[in-house]
Design a protein around this ligand. Structure first.
Ligand code: GLC
Ligand code: GLC
Length: 812
């Protein structure tokens, strides 16, 4: 069953039934000020850091689901209702939510009144703007009482949820004109406050939550709204909120706009106060003035749309497959930008208080957005590399506010360093900015420790070389990409985290075939980069290590039909026919086939066939099979999950693309395409009841074939799935790949595709690429012409910037 539809022209997903099988959300803001918003107006805002600068309160995992948000209540004399259905849940005459690129429009109608709320964060603005348009569609005069509502969070989202003995006494507000200011803790250590305004004189307000709702009422029945009268409460402690009361009279056919601004301000120490205990409101008033008319708001929204046009025009496809086109042209790229902004911090599955920026995650995310915002990708690479240690090792995560490594989340994940080579080389191929390699970058953010970024790549490479196990394969450390395959933890205490508990690396024989493949793939990238930059001796040294790794994988990593996953602490095989459970895993087979290890000996084809036979399912490729059915202390967290969920035989959508890419190495475009479609959300829209999460973005996991209910997705939005699927479809299936010598066009597609076209902006030039597949091939380029001129090979050489070129590619 569907709950809405795509509106491709407007780049929106239109939800027409508010009772979605899970809140379907969107993100507002793309630089400093951010909001999450659900299809019924639920969600919250924060400034930069979802933990330390939480502006409004939200209740995760509550009853009912999705409680707390940016609500409008309308009392029209007959009923009390909200344009987004929730929180009132009064049946509406019509409902529609349009999630667009960083804006959301929620429209409801009731008793002849239409209320449309547009929410967005204007570019370069520390505020969310809400335009509420009210229309009287009847022949009678309508008298409406409009109550706005937000609930302030006391800044630190973690202590806000637990330290009630303090929290209930700290809340402070100021009310001046139509603006409600939230200034809790401003008089002591904070340099920031928040505010909520409306561009109309108000006829009342409330700032004390219990006064507004009544102590025993829910969000659906605020007593003031039901009574049609605010109480002008001023919060002192307890839970401060902001609610404006505006009375609106609409003549037949008349409409009216109200503009609300929810903003954040920072003031320098000596500018904090206007007078004793009265906060300095200058900056708030400046921002409010920028958006005090509907016309100004419309202009700001138009600017945001143009901003997105420019981001999305860098890469557009036309394949004739509507669902594919809308994913690649709009939603997949959008999700990649969202993961750039949020990493894994704040979604409806990530509470915004736990995780910072992952070292490996952020590098992988980069491949999904580097073509859109190369300058910000550059900054991100330097930030990430600055947290690395001099031996190449890494903190697993760093905090976005401080940009410093976070030791509480641990270290010793031995795949981490290698991803820096991926992020950096992708960036250079996109931009040609080899200069980044000379940037001085510190270790562990210590001043004076700077070396060039290139040397950071060298220590990354060496970290693997210096940490090999008995078979000459990479030691896995605490874990490799699979955070939950903890081969050295041996945890028996439910109160400790697998991520940070003891890591018995002394004497461990735990080796990872996933890191082996990863090392071969990005080690080769390192070699290529060394050659490009004239480091020939280093290139040769590195190549020898790669050759040795390939040989060791063939000798010790091959199980006969597939690549084994690992050796455990004791040196026993993991992911082998020898094992009772989990005889085969996806990760090592993905990476070793992407690396083409044993391509000529048939290993790649065999491994991929085994994946097809044992791991593939209707809902995608599961991570391992058969699933673990009991706890293996020597494997760790992976065996804590019930079969079919998460890393224990779930369809982990992040790593399905590795198999797609592996299939393109083998030249089997039909299989790659089949795998792509299985987990691509636009293709799952019809079964939203089962899938549950948004049909416009990827989820991290879909429950696997061994789960109680296979096919249910969880953890949508913030996942490496976004960038990996984008990377697989654009660079390997469609085959449009930036290289050091130009733009490669080498597709690996389904044989029933007759062709497709792409417009790609690259290094300042625009390429209109037309691929034709007259003979139903899966892979192979017969000819490539640029503006009618035949070019040798499959790569368009760099052409003069500023111009547009017609490229024709004929497949064999
Ligand atoms: C999550 C983590 C990622 C990890 C993956 C597998 O997606 O963010 O870092 O690689 O899980 O455990
Ligand atoms: C949990 C998740 C996993 C994630 C890890 C890191 O183990 O299952 O996906 O990578 O936490 O925090």
């Amino acid at each position: 069953m569907k709950y809405g539809h795509f509106d491709d022209n407007r780049r929106e997903y239109v939800i027409t039934n508010p009772r979605t099988p899970w809140p379907w959300i969107n993100y507002l803001g793309n630089e400093d000020f951010f909001s999450l918003i659900s299809n019924t107006g639920g969600g919250y805002s924060f400034y930069k850091d979802a933990k330390f600068r939480r502006i409004t309160r939200y209740r995760y995992n509550n009853v009912p689901m999705d409680s707390g948000g940016k609500y409008f209540y309308i009392n029209d004399g007959e009923s009390v209702w909200s344009p987004g259905w929730k929180p009132c849940k009064t049946e509406l005459d019509s409902y529609e939510c349009r999630h667009g690129m960083n804006y959301t429009i929620i429209k409801g109608t009731k008793n002849g009144v239409e209320a449309e709320a547009t929410y967005f964060v204007p570019l370069k603005t520390w505020a969310e703007v809400q335009k509420l348009t009210l229309r009287n569609t009847t022949n009678e005069v309508k008298k409406l009482k409009i109550f706005s509502f937000v609930e302030w969070c006391l800044w630190n989202a973690a202590s806000d949820m637990e330290n009630f003995q303090r929290n209930f006494s700290t809340g402070e507000v100021e009310i001046e004109d139509s603006v409600i200011y939230h200034k809790t803790e401003y008089k002591e250590r904070r340099n920031h406050y928040a505010y909520y305004s409306v561009n109309e004189p108000i006829q009342g307000f409330d700032t004390d939550r219990e006064t507004f709702f009544g102590l025993y009422n829910g969000f659906d029945e605020p007593q003031t709204v039901l009574e049609g009268a605010p109480r002008n409460s001023e919060a002192h402690g307890w839970s401060p909120i902001a609610s404006h009361f505006v009375e609106v009279t609409l003549q037949p056919g008349e409409s009216k706009d109200l503009v609300y601004v929810l903003g954040y301000v920072e003031n320098a120490q000596d500018e904090k106060w206007e007078s004793k205990n009265i906060i300095n409101k200058i900056k708030a008033k400046e921002t409010i003035a920028l958006f005090n008319t509907a016309a100004k708001v419309d202009t700001a929204l138009a600017e945001l749309r143009t901003y997105w046009d420019n981001l999305l025009n860098v890469f557009t496809i036309n394949t004739g497959e509507e669902k594919l086109d809308r994913m690649v042209n709009v939603w997949n790229q959008y999700q990649c930008m969202i993961t750039f902004c949020f990493s894994r911090s704040a979604s409806f599955f990530e509470s915004g208080i736990g995780r910072g920026m992952g070292f490996r995650d952020s590098n992988q995310d980069l491949v999904g957005f580097v073509h859109q915002i190369p300058e910000r990708a550059r900054e991100r690479i330097i930030d990430i590399a600055s947290t690395q240690f001099s031996d190449g090792g890494c903190y697993h995560q760093y905090q976005p506010l401080t940009k410093k490594g976070n030791n509480e989340i641990g270290q010793g994940f031995n795949d981490d360093p290698i991803w820096l080579i991926l992020g950096t080389t992708c960036y250079i191929k996109e931009t040609g900015d080899f200069g980044i390699l000379d940037e001085p970058v510190p270790f562990d953010n210590k001043e004076g420790s700077e070396v060039s970024l290139f040397q950071h790549l060298t220590v990354s490479f060496n970290h693997v070389v210096n940490n090999l196990g008995p078979h000459g394969l990479p030691l896995s450390g605490r874990a490799d990409w699979n955070d939950c395959l903890n081969l050295n933890c041996f945890s028996n205490d439910p109160n400790e985290s697998f991520q940070t508990t003891e890591n018995k690396t002394e004497g461990s024989k735990a080796e990872s075939l996933m890191i082996s493949g990863l090392f071969v793939v990005y080690g080769r990238e390192y070699v290529e980069l060394c050659k490009k930059t004239g480091n020939i001796v280093e290139a040769e040294r590195a190549q020898q290590h790669i050759d040795a790794m390939v040989a060791n994988v063939k000798s010790y990593g091959w199980d006969g039909e597939w690549f084994i996953r690992a050796y455990d602490y004791y040196g026993r095989k993991v992911g082998s026919t020898e094992n009772e459970e989990s005889k085969i895993f996806i990760e090592s087979n993905g990476w070793c086939t992407m690396a083409g290890i044993g391509l000529h000996e048939g290993m790649v084809a065999k491994a991929l066939d085994s994946v097809k036979e044992r791991l593939d399912s209707e809902h995608g490729i599961v991570l391992n099979n058969p699933p673990f059915t009991k706890y293996y202390i020597e494997y760790g967290e992976i065996s804590t999950y019930p079969p079919g969920y998460k890393e224990n035989a779930g369809v982990f959508c992040h790593n399905n693309p590795w198999i797609m890419i592996g299939e393109t190495v083998q030249g089997r475009g039909d299989r790659a395409w089949e795998y792509f479609r299985k987990i691509c959300p636009a293709y799952l829209e019809e079964k939203s009841d089962l899938h549950r999460t948004e049909p416009y973005v990827y989820a991290q996991m879909i429950s696997g074939k061994d789960a109680y209910l296979p096919g249910e997705a969880k953890n949508s939005w913030l996942t490496g799935t976004a960038s990996w699927n984008y990377y697989a479809i654009t660079q390997y299936i469609l085959g449009i790949r930036p290289t050091y010598s130009g733009l490669m066009v080498n597709p690996c597609i389904s044989p029933d595709w007759k062709g497709f076209s792409v417009v790609r902006k690259f290094r300042g030039a625009t390429y209109q690429i037309d691929v034709k597949n007259p003979n139903g091939a899966m892979k192979g380029v017969a000819s490539l012409k640029v503006d009618g001129k035949l070019i040798e090979g499959d790569t368009i050489p760099f052409m003069k910037a500023g111009a547009t070129y017609k490229v024709e590619v004929i497949m064999i």
